[in-house]
Design a protein around this ligand. Structure first.
Ligand code: SF4
Ligand code: SF4
Length: 311
């Protein structure tokens, strides 16, 4: 379905020169908002769909300028730091707090942008895309803003720019379908085949994710690459890898991209005032990656580690 009009949405970053998320050199557009709460998430500023304060207590002068500026009284000093009431911040569009802060302690993660403006910005990278590169929508969950996602994909697709999207799959299929005609690659996360364990660590059961995966394997004419964020102790055991292999084969797929969990997002949790869980997950060692790779391969599933996927 063609989007009726160009629109806009909320993103938190645009990064050029990526070689990990689709063919060639790519520009990544990070959408704000996600339906999952994976405990190892490395982009916690992408979880809420609204722009929100990023507060660095180490730079704070405690001059209270932000508290005086905020019209919603959303900021409270607690134990030598400031605490933000996100229930009030979620409806803010003026962000006086960050404008008042002159020390650099307070910034806002995320901003609204129109599709036209976004297209204008990303086209500056065009010289680096070459014949194969293009854009990848990521986040956050891009399909949580379906009109915005479809509109930027369509405008790029029509301009012969390669289009990819990364999704957690935990979204109504109708949100995804709006973009399919303009999307060449989809990276689709599978995290845990056991629904109860999925719920424990992501906050949601996996039924919708698996249902959508089955349907997309049938519906989508582009390249559908499944990804497994590899989290030791959560989803790396042989029995689980066997279940993932069985699922992929049952939907006619034979490749998977393993993404080892890492600890790179740690500082952002502190800036958002969020608890950081990821250090309770070990970064997978070479032996673990080799073992998982071998189990997939022995099940006739081509397995690529990290950015090794043949793009
Ligand atoms: S984001 Fe808005 S509501 Fe929240 S502290 Fe800043 S000015 Fe106040
Ligand atoms: S305005 Fe900036 S430096 Fe001053 S109290 Fe607020 S966050 Fe801290």
């Amino acid at each position: 379905m063609v989007p009726e009009k160009l629109t806009g949405g909320t993103i938190f970053d645009i990064q050029g020169f990526s070689v990990h998320d689709g063919p060639g050199c790519r520009t990544l557009i990070f959408f704000k908002g996600c339906t999952l709460r994976c405990k190892w998430c490395s982009n916690p500023e992408g979880l809420h769909q609204f722009p929100e304060p990023l507060y660095n207590v180490g730079k704070c002068l405690f001059d209270n300028l932000c508290i005086e500026a905020c019209k919603r009284n959303a900021i409270t000093p607690v134990d030598a730091k400031l605490v933000f009431n996100l229930e009030l911040c979620r409806n803010c569009s003026s962000f006086e707090c960050a404008a008042a802060c002159c020390s650099g302690a307070l910034k806002i993660a995320g901003y609204y942008i129109t599709t036209e403006k976004l297209y204008e910005l990303i086209r500056r990278d065009r010289q680096y895309w070459g014949d194969r590169g293009g854009i990848t929508l990521t986040g956050g969950e891009p399909f949580l803003q379906p009109d915005f996602a479809a509109s930027i994909l369509k405008i790029c697709y029509d301009a012969n720019i390669h289009t990819s999207i990364e999704t957690c799959g935990n979204i109504p299929l109708t949100n995804i379908e709006r973009s399919l005609d303009y999307t060449e690659w989809i990276f689709y996360d599978l995290k845990q085949m056991d629904s109860k364990r999925h719920l424990d660590v992501t906050g949601t059961e996996n039924r919708l994710i698996l249902d959508n995966a089955r349907k997309l394997a049938y519906l989508f004419r582009g390249r559908l690459v499944f990804r497994l964020p590899l989290v030791p102790g959560f989803n790396d055991d042989d029995a689980h890898i066997q279940k993932v292999s069985d699922f992929l084969r049952s939907i006619g797929k034979d490749e998977i991209n393993i993404l080892p969990v890492h600890h790179l997002g740690r500082e952002k949790y502190a800036l958002l005032g969020m608890k950081y869980y990821t250090t309770s997950y070990k970064i997978p060692e070479k032996e673990v990656l080799e073992r998982v790779h071998n189990v997939f391969q022995s099940n006739d599933i081509r397995c690529y580690i990290g950015s090794d996927t043949p793009f």
